[in-house]
Ligand binder design. Structure first.
Ligand code: GLV
Ligand code: GLV
Length: 329
């Protein structure tokens, strides 16, 4: 019997490819940019499994292009790039990479919090531009992270790790979540409040919800109006959760003090975007999970999802539930 075919939409760490190659014939899109839509359709047409990135929009067209497509494995925890309902309707299993990137992403969120509060990037640029003449009593005054109130929007796995980091900085923690999280309340003294109260009271607001129709533009003009003028917004979740135009207005009108951003409404963000001209913004290119160890673990997990799907077994890290009749689809 022919080996099943798997299309991988970008180079991922070798460890993942090795897992796939034990069972499948693997085609890898090796370009730095995502495969164009036509290429994706063409490859899916002859594939049994698709290992894709958050930059690939996996819609009905893509799924319907693949008569043999049994499994879609996203090299990410967020799956807003995939029409999961359409996959379920077609009996296609969808998997993701939760858990392994939780702490790595919280590390980055905390790094952005500190970098924005203490103006690290601005100060680094100033020094390199030969601006440093003498130690200065008022040079680059920033804000303290320790003892400041952190508002965590979305207390999932990453939110919880953010709370753990904040606890080390003696930060009082407020959070919003659809349901209470008694463990974080007990372990970190976190208090569940309404979003409006969180915005009014927090010195730092960090977003950790998935992108869904309900969370799109969750933070917009009205919400910035509620925030403290000294507040700093951190977003390592998904760009469209924040209304980026409203964010620009809030930052340039002094409604809030700064923002640390790993994600943008459009990615890559346009290099000429006015947001990037603001000194009180620290911006990095969607690198939340980007540590060597985590990206390697993600590759193996994503590959294991594919292998299970090809064997018509339940995925180890499933996003949907489908019953795949033994071996055929
Ligand atoms: C990254 O943004 C992910 O969802 O894994
Ligand atoms: C992702 O790991 C989450 O916060 O649920």
């Amino acid at each position: 019997m022919d080996k099943p075919r798997v299309f991988v939409t970008r180079r991922i760490p070798e460890e993942g490819i090795a897992v796939l190659e034990r069972m499948a014939e693997v085609t890898i899109w090796t370009d730095e940019l995502p495969p164009p839509h036509e290429i994706l359709l063409r490859e899916v047409m002859r594939s049994d499994g698709l290992l894709c990135m958050l930059t690939d929009k996996i819609d009905i067209d893509v799924m319907d292009a693949g008569p043999n497509l049994k499994v879609i494995s996203n090299y990410a925890v967020g799956v807003d790039n995939i029409d999961v309902q359409a996959a379920t309707d077609r009996g296609i299993a969808v998997g993701n990479t939760p858990g392994v990137l939780t702490e790595t992403t919280a590390d980055l969120a905390f790094a952005l919090l500190l970098a924005t509060a203490r103006r690290i990037v601005e100060a680094d640029k100033y020094l390199r531009a030969c601006g440093w003449r003498a130690w200065g009593p008022t040079l680059f005054l920033g804000q303290d992270a320790h003892n400041a109130t952190l508002g965590i929007v979305g207390m999932g796995r990453i939110g919880r790790e953010m709370a753990r980091r904040a606890k080390g900085f003696s930060m009082p923690i407020l959070y919003t979540n659809p349901s209470p999280s008694p463990e974080v309340e007990e372990e970190f003294g976190a208090k569940r409040v309404s979003l409006d109260d969180l915005l009014r009271q927090s010195d730092f607001v960090s977003i950790h919800t998935p992108l869904t129709p309900e969370t799109r533009h969750l933070i917009s003009e009205r919400e910035f109006d509620l925030m403290k003028p000294t507040a700093i917004l951190i977003n390592t979740a998904r760009g469209p959760i924040v209304d980026q135009k409203a964010l620009y207005q809030a930052l340039s009108n002094g409604k809030i003090a700064g923002a640390g951003l790993d994600v943008f409404e459009e990615e890559p963000v346009d290099c000429g975007d006015p947001l990037l001209a603001l000194d009180n913004v620290v911006a990095v290119p969607h690198i939340g999970s980007a540590s060597v160890a985590t990206r390697t673990k993600m590759a193996v997990m994503a590959a294991e999802n594919i292998i299970a799907g090809l064997k018509s077994e339940p995925l180890p890290h499933p996003v949907n539930t489908v019953s795949i009749p033994g071996g055929t689809k």
